[in-house]
Design a protein around this ligand. Structure first.
Ligand code: PMP
Length: 367
């Protein structure tokens, strides 16, 4: 159709939509495809949102975020990093922060380094901004090879995108990898954009942000995964004040603000202890890994709530099609990658569902 703008043709989201369409048609699927927690929003956070609505806090929020939330975030970030020039603003989900970062920083023709496999939006949003994704392969163990990154840097490199713990692999970059990347970005004057949406889901070691080693690091984060609030659209971004000011300017003419009542609830969410949910997910991680690792090649994930095993036969697409015939919904690796050799399991599900999934996968491995 002649109405459609060229920039929208740079990428295609039909692969993931196909999986969702299939899911909608399946009757009671064993669903291990969903990238969101299976726990509900904490009661006190729900109450805070309802009270904010009832108290008439329903108008536009300040573009940069309501003081009740923004100041609390700023305080926490200052306590963690102590960077004089680090500012935060409240975004419409982590996705909103990511889109604004791309639009604020990437010029047409600029190169953005992403690690393959990657979260689906990274390459698409880079292209939407007119940038060129430069994809660095991290198979088979999903580690970051600093020499490969250094070799990929050109005079057009504008940004490196890091996601640790990662979607879709669950892998956590080591402190040495993170420090090396942070130093490299500083040396070359490249933006290091750190997507920390899974930072609270670290099972074996504490979370490390590259902002610890590079005070210019731009961080995007949010409440979707940490508090089971994916539908509430609440995120935040912190980084150098000039970048944040530019992103807020763009937010004013795009998203406008994150929903005001949700921001009041977000301030309450910051004080809720979610560690029980994290302990539960660590147990689920162990359940799925021990249930599959004798039959599947798996890089043991240290965080998030995904596992990314290699398919035992065929392509990712062929294997997932067979899984769907057995009522199991998982995601083929090529949604996140230029390869089609793996598949993503989300274990953010009830134990019973995970157990049923393991049973089907064990059967399929032996086919
Ligand atoms: N980054 C990553 C790595 C994600 O997995 C997701 C959600 N799937 C997002 C960002 C977006 O999250 P939000 O709901 O905050 O927009």
């Amino acid at each position: 159709m002649s109405w459609i703008a060229d920039r929208t043709r740079a990428f295609d989201s039909s692969g993931i939509r196909k999986v969702f369409d299939l899911a909608a048609k399946m009757k009671d699927p064993i669903n291990l495809s969903i990238g969101q927690p299976d726990f509900d929003v904490p009661e006190e956070v729900k109450t805070a949102c309802i009270e904010a609505i009832k108290a008439g806090k329903n108008s536009y929020a300040l573009t940069q975020g309501m003081p009740v939330l923004r100041e609390k975030l700023q305080h926490r970030i200052d306590a963690e990093y102590g960077h004089v020039n680090r500012r935060v603003f409240v975004s419409s989900g982590t996705s909103g922060g990511l889109a604004l970062a791309m639009l604020s920083l990437v010029n047409p023709g600029d190169e953005v380094i992403v690690f393959d496999p990657y979260f689906v939006m990274y390459t698409s949003l880079t292209q939407l901004a007119g940038g060129k994704p430069v994809v660095i392969d991290t198979y088979p163990n999903f580690r970051i090879d600093l020499a490969k990154v250094a070799a990929a840097i050109t005079p057009r490199t504008k940004m490196i995108l890091l996601n640790s713990p990662a979607n879709p692999t669950g892998v956590i970059a080591s402190e040495a990898e993170i420090r090396g990347l942070a130093k490299l970005a500083a040396e070359k004057n490249i933006v290091l954009l750190s997507d920390e949406i899974y930072r609270s889901f670290c099972y074996d070691e504490p979370f490390v942000s590259p902002a610890k080693f590079n005070d210019q690091t731009l961080v995007i984060d949010g409440f979707s995964k940490s508090h089971g609030m994916t539908g509430w659209r609440l995120g935040f971004v912190h980084g150098p004040a000039e970048v944040i000011d530019t992103m807020v300017k763009l937010q004013q003419y795009t998203f406008v603000c994150a929903p005001q009542p949700v921001q009041w609830a977000g301030a309450v969410a910051m004080d809720v202890d979610m560690s029980r949910c994290v302990t539960e997910y660590k147990r689920k991680r162990d359940l799925i890994v021990s249930g599959l690792s004798d039959l599947y090649e798996i890089t043991r994930p240290g965080g998030a709530f995904y596992v990314f095993p290699k398919v035992p036969w065929g392509t990712g697409g062929e294997f997932v099609a067979e899984a769907i015939k057995h009522n199991l919904l998982i995601i083929p690796g090529n949604i996140f990658s230029s390869r089609d050799t793996h598949f993503r399991i989300s274990y953010a599900a009830a134990d019973k569902t995970i157990e049923r999934g393991i049973e089907v996968l064990r059967k399929l491995a032996k086919k």
